[in-house]
Design a protein around this ligand. Structure first.
Ligand SMILES: Nc1ncnc2c1ncn2[C@@H]1O[C@H](COP(=O)(O)OP(=O)(O)OP(=O)(O)O)[C@@H](O)[C@H]1O
Ligand SMILES: [Mg+2]
Length: 187
């Protein structure tokens, strides 16, 4: 006879967590592996629902993940940035204008026709950011974007987010101390 064991109890991850991010700032959240940074971002993005507590995030809210290969999926840069716009009723000229503007904001204005397979890791992350920007977010959640990047690409991505912060609130998760110098505020 089969015996059914009770549903396993999940550990609490974010007990007592409290965070307020100034609107328009480039805010960094620093923490050790496994402390709950990604979970917090997922809760903020509405991907996970907390058992208790309250959360208020300006909408729309964009998310950029650690591994750009999970987010940049189309064959060309322009098509990838346009990907999320499919759900809006935009004509092709309007889509092209949004793609051009979003790529310019991440410094990749000349890259629209480039195959995404030819990009460096940092360029791919900036394409992922442009894809998020295309949907006019008020908040960008950025989860350890520089994990797989060399020093030069790390700096390019940090400077890119530094430039777009202000128009958008950027919450950047990291465990790399050298990145904190780019932030307006740190927690
Ligand atoms: N879907 C899940 N189900 C059960 N436990 C989970 C789940 N996702 C994360 N956890 C657990 O929650 C804790 C926090 O995980 P989280 O991924 O948020 O940490 P993190 O701070 O982002 O770590 P890292 O720096 O390694 O990315 C970990 O103990 C992890 O094992
Ligand atoms: Mg994480």
């Amino acid at each position: 006879m089969l015996r059914h064991s009770p549903r396993p109890a999940f550990p609490q991850v974010l007990a007592g967590a409290s965070l307020e991010v100034p609107r328009g700032s480039f805010h960094m959240l620093l923490g050790a592996n496994g402390c709950g940074k990604s979970t917090l971002l997922r809760v903020m993005a509405g991907l996970f629902h907390p058992d208790a507590g309250s959360i208020r995030v300006d909408a729309p809210c964009g998310f950029v993940f650690q591994n750009p290969d999970h987010q940049v999926v189309m064959p060309s840069v322009g098509a990838d940035v346009a990907f999320g716009l499919g759900r809006y009723s935009l004509n092709p000229a309007a889509v092209q204008a949004v793609v051009r503007d979003s790529l310019a904001r991440v410094g990749l204005q000349a890259f629209a026709e480039r195959p995404t397979s030819s990009l460096s890791g940092g360029q791919k992350q900036r394409v992922a950011i442009a894809g998020a920007l295309a949907e006019c977010p008020r908040v960008l959640l950025l989860d350890e974007l520089t994990t797989f990047l060399d020093f030069e690409d790390q700096e390019n991505v940090l400077q890119c987010v530094r430039r777009i912060a202000g128009g958008v609130t950027a919450l950047w998760v990291t465990h790399r101390l050298e990145e904190l110098q780019y932030a307006d505020s740190v927690r």
